[in-house]
Design a protein around this ligand. Structure first.
Ligand code: FAD
Ligand code: PYC
Length: 404
């Protein structure tokens, strides 16, 4: 900064932590920041801090491939994600920040009769819930994506697809910055480089948080740490069925725009979209081993590139410029875990696996409501931690995203 005219800062700098907050949010990813934003904006709760061990959006939020859609398979899922898609529409304006939200349409390709049957099922559930989805045949795909090899090299011909018109992409970092700045402007404190090391529980309720920069007293804690959820739950002795697998992605060099829709093939384990700046954004299924690490591998790049070429052989000379990994917090039924826990005042927003970016707005809104009222928001009752004890799963595996 130049003393007299300091550069504008997006976030307020706070020298230290306060001794007491009404609520502490662990994790400055999209979900933690969105909850902070709605706590302040919708409920007037501003004596809140967000604690982040690294930097804003540096977790899965800044590593994801930004696919937004609501074509899930359970009514609970469809209604929840549809509410999110609706919230996304106004966010750039709410934040006065361009999120580059672009509705592109989303095709889930079917290469087998069994896959097509699942697409039909999803289309019917979607339509029943008022969400635009339909099964389309090869003719439409040939017309809409003429450069795609419909035979996939001859060994996995495409026989149809689920088309979901509202499918969209957005600029991921901007989402975290927008929610963060909006919360900050309303008085929420965001503390980066501040790691949560322990949670104090007194007589079954939360009483404080131990951090790398000191102790905070509070009676409400929201845990929104995605791939670090098992570590935080260990601190309070709560068990969950969450397991962590790496999920990798990569981008190509930028090209002139040629691919408008978003494409997913569960059978080929590949998904692809073209970003606003022309890069192809590509991903695959989870790495097939549990690992708490953001290491990326050559195996992944080679495997994914081979599948990409089955769909688009003309890309063989395109360069890959970046690759990375995130830590996906997977659940057995591929639905999130949201709401209250056996510890009073300790709320959980987790189990976002490979599908949580699109839910950032709705998770923030529903978790803020849940924390203020101490009652799960009606949209999240199907996602409680209890469902694993009660054998009442919310099976979303058929719609979670790419193959797993
Ligand atoms: P995060 O963004 O991970 O934030 C959690 C934060 O908590 C991190 O910043 C971390 O540093 C912090 N933290 C952890 N431990 C502590 C601690 N002890 N103290 C303080 N802070 C701590 N979803 C989609 O909907 N569409 C997609 O296309 C999509 N693609 C994906 C592609 C990849 C490669 C990956 C990895 C994920 C993808 N996802 C996608 C999933 C999505 O990214 C996540 O579900 C979502 O971003 C989770 O957001 P979050 O805010 O809960 O977590
Ligand atoms: O949730 O649509 C999704 C998705 C695609 C790739 C990773 N997640």
């Amino acid at each position: 900064t130049s003393g007299k005219h300091p550069e504008p800062q997006m976030f307020t700098h706070h020298d230290g932590l306060k001794k007491v907050y009404d609520a502490v949010i662990i994790g400055a990813g999209g979900h933690g920041l969105a909850a902070a934003y709605y706590l302040a904006r919708d409920h007037g709760m501003t004596n809140v801090c967000v604690l982040e061990k690294g930097y804003i959006g540096g977790g899965n939020t800044g590593r994801n491939t930004t696919i937004i859609r609501s074509n899930y398979i359970t009514p609970e899922g469809v209604q929840f994600y549809d509410t999110s898609v609706k919230l996304w529409q106004d966010l750039s304006q709410d934040f006065d920040l361009n999120l580059f939200y672009a509705t592109r349409g989303h095709y889930t390709l079917a290469h087998t009769d069994a896959a097509l049957r699942t697409m039909r099922w999803r289309a019917e559930v979607n339509k029943h819930c008022g969400v635009e989805s339909e099964v389309v045949g090869p003719e439409e795909l040939r017309r809409e994506i003429p450069m795609m090899d419909m035979s996939c090299g001859g060994h996995a011909p495409i026989i149809g697809a689920l088309y979901h018109a509202p499918g969209a992409i957005a600029r991921h970092d901007a989402v975290a910055w927008g929610y963060g700045r909006g919360a900050d402007q309303r008085g929420v404190q965001i503390h980066q480089q501040t790691e949560v090391l322990g949670i104090e529980v007194t007589a079954g309720r939360v009483s404080g948080v131990r951090t790398s920069r000191g102790f905070i007293a509070t009676s409400k804690v929201l845990c929104a740490v995605a791939g670090s959820t098992p570590r935080i739950l260990d601190m309070i002795g709560v068990r969950s069925p969450i397991y962590i697998h790496p999920l990798q992605a990569m981008v190509s060099e930028p090209m002139k725009p040629w691919l408008d829709p978003i494409l997913v093939s569960g059978s080929l384990h590949v998904y692809i979209s073209q970003s606003a700046r022309g890069e192809l954004v590509l991903g695959a299924s989870l790495d097939p081993y549990e690992l708490h690490s953001t290491r990326s591998t050559l195996d992944f790049t080679e495997g994914l590139a081979a599948h990409m070429l089955e769909l688009f052989p003309f890309l063989s000379h395109v360069k890959i410029v970046r690759q990375w990994a995130g830590m996906a917090d997977m659940t057995p039924d591929f639905a999130p875990i949201m709401g209250k826990t056996p510890i009073e005042g300790f709320y959980l927003d987790a189990g976002w696996g490979t599908w949580g970016f699109k839910a950032t707005p709705v998770s923030g809104k529903t978790m803020a409501h849940t924390m203020v009222t101490d009652t799960p928001h009606p949209l999240i009752t199907g996602f409680s931690l209890d469902r694993f004890r009660n054998y009442a799963l919310t099976g979303e595996k058929g719609a979670a995203s790419v193959g797993h």
